[in-house]
Write a protein that binds this ligand. Structure first.
Ligand code: DP6
Length: 321
């Protein structure tokens, strides 16, 4: 065992959103989620065996308490007692609603496992990553991934090659961190929002349409179902007490921009996570136009075109992360 490893993961963008935790604990999701792992942006984590657990993200030391359940679950699942020093970088804004915790914990699980000399299955890595962030259970796999409600691990459905024409345009509306972490906002939604249980019920009801749309690569049905999922999720979040609003004026402007594009016959369906960024589903032939039109309509935003990407990949630990 070399005692050091470097692992890369793409963010897992949910089309049907995970929002809420099972009462059984263990960071099990209360809603099913269906996601695409993005290629073109990633988290890369270097881990080495050390005297104590520690982690930096983009050079900033993280609170070890947030990571302790993850490291404990990792050791118990791998049957090792070593500790880890990890350094992670993101090629996109961190903690800004770009799913950095999904790619971050997935890459961390992959890097620590290899640094400890273990080769767990992707399914076991998915279960380990879930303890860090439930969305990270999906980011272990490439392509299109299902995470059933209450499950311990995500399940790969189709590889990235299943839908080569699909593009996801990320509209970066703000680069700073979001005001409330998704973990806290999820808890405040459950505790304070009168819409929380309706959200749990309605979100599960969206899954069959989303699966059917994905299987038949029906972008319009998938896009409309994804719009419904994020809208219901944010409605529930707004119902928290006090309300939580992740959207900025530019976020709303991009939503209107997508509606204008659709009215012009350009297929562009947006989705929004716990932050101000907007991710837009479209086809490769129209991706450039979508990005350009949105940048014209909403000055100050930046667009990044992504596609369905791979699951965890490792590289030789030579050179800096
Ligand atoms: C809005 O996976 O970050 O991106 O499990 O508490 O760490 P924890 O939450 P996290 O939540 C992601 C929420 C979301 C939707 C999604 O990715 O499904």
């Amino acid at each position: 065992m070399s005692g050091e490893a470097v692992c890369r993961a793409g963010p897992s963008l949910a089309l049907i959103k995970y929002w809420g935790k099972s009462v059984k604990g263990d960071n099990l999701p209360a809603t099913p989620s269906l996601a695409v792992t993005l290629g073109g942006v990633y988290s890369e984590t270097r881990a080495r065996v050390a005297d104590d657990d520690s982690i930096t993200v983009d050079g900033v030391r993280q609170d070890t308490a947030r990571f302790a359940p993850f490291f404990d679950a990792l050791r118990s699942s791998l049957g090792v007692s070593v500790r880890f020093q990890a350094a992670s970088i993101n090629t996109f804004p961190t903690s800004a609603g770009m799913a950095s915790s999904s790619s971050g914990f997935a890459a961390l699980a992959g890097a620590c496992a290899r640094a400890a000399g273990c080769e767990p299955s992707a399914s076991d890595l998915s279960s380990i990553a879930r303890v860090g962030s439930a969305s990270a259970a999906r980011a272990v796999y490439g392509g299109f991934v299902l995470f059933p409600a209450g499950a311990r691990r995500a399940r790969p459905l189709f590889g990235p090659e299943f839908w080569p024409e699909l593009r996801i345009v990320i509209a970066v509306t703000h680069r700073g961190p979001k005001p409330v972490s998704s973990r806290r906002a999820m808890e405040e939604t459950r505790a304070g929002s009168p819409y929380y249980f309706s959200w749990i019920k309605e979100s599960a009801a969206l899954l069959p349409d989303a699966l059917r749309a994905l299987e038949s690569r029906d972008l319009e049905l998938l896009g409309e179902t994804a719009r419904r999922s994020y809208s219901l999720m944010h409605a529930a979040i707004l119902g928290a007490c006090p309300p939580i609003l992740y959207w900025l004026p530019a976020t709303v402007a991009v939503i209107h921009g997508c509606a204008a594009l659709r009215a012009d016959g350009v297929g562009a369906w947006e989705t929004i996570d716990a932050g101000p960024q907007v991710k837009i589903l479209c086809l490769a032939a129209e991706a450039e136009k979508v990005g350009r039109r949105l940048e014209e309509l909403v000055p100050g935003i930046q667009t990044i075109v992504c596609h369905a990407g791979p699951g965890l990949t490792w590289r030789e630990p030579r050179g800096e992360a």
